[in-house]
Design a protein around this ligand. Structure first.
Ligand code: PAN
Ligand code: ZN
Length: 192
């Protein structure tokens, strides 16, 4: 059967704010949506009782989740800390594990953590960084700066997001502030 042809389209991106127009989906992740992901449970509880801060937003223009389609979205990850740990995205594997992804950083930022099996990778990212997330690698962005970290992502529309494994196992390393500077700490060392 001949596939239904989509009409070509363009979107407008505000490079500073990360607003994508039109956006057909808009996700806001507050601290309460990522309970247990930060290392400092007391700091997390205190912030939840104060104002449940907005950690990040994603603006996306949806297309059919079909093989061959690409999704375009922007993430605005706000600056801040839970205890000494910098604000971060939940992080995920792709359900279709062999789906890769490209990030283009527009402003602000910090680090892109990636891991697969017992391998871990960290990239410093800032305005102009084009980061490649290879197939199979889980990925999480961390804002170590004082301004929003804004980046555009392009990935296969049928990739899907598997958050469960990260919610259960976390990442192998966390990014914390030490004397005002970002430092990576192993989550294994922290537990022992
Ligand atoms: C990104 C992420 C976005 C939010 O568009 O989905 O930065 O992070 P979480 O999905 O981990 O909450 C991406 O990697 N899409 O596949
Ligand atoms: Zn992804």
């Amino acid at each position: 059967m001949k596939p239904t042809l989509m009409d070509p389209f363009s979107l407008t991106l505000d490079i500073t704010s990360g607003q994508l127009k039109p956006a057909t989906s808009h996700v806001q992740r507050r601290l309460s949506h990522m309970r247990g992901m930060y290392g400092d449970a007391v700091a997390e509880q205190t912030l939840l009782e104060q104002d449940d801060p907005l950690i990040y937003e994603v603006f996306q223009y949806d297309v059919p989740n079909d093989n061959g389609q690409l999704l375009v979205c922007t993430t605005v990850l706000y600056p801040g800390q839970v205890g000494n740990e910098y604000y971060m995205t939940k992080g995920h594997y792709h359900v279709k594990a062999d789906a890769a992804e490209v990030y283009l950083v527009l402003s602000g930022c910090g680090k892109l953590l990636m891991q697969v099996d017992d391998r871990f990778s960290v990239l410093d990212i800032g305005p102009g960084t084009v980061a490649y997330v290879p197939p199979y690698w889980a990925h999480r962005t961390v804002n170590t700066g004082r301004t929003p970290c804004v980046f555009l992502a392009v990935y296969p529309a049928d990739a899907g997001h598997d958050y469960g494994r990260i919610e259960r196992d976390g990442f192998l390393q966390r990014v914390v502030a030490h004397a005002g500077e970002p430092r990576l700490i192993s989550t294994h060392k922290q537990a022992s």
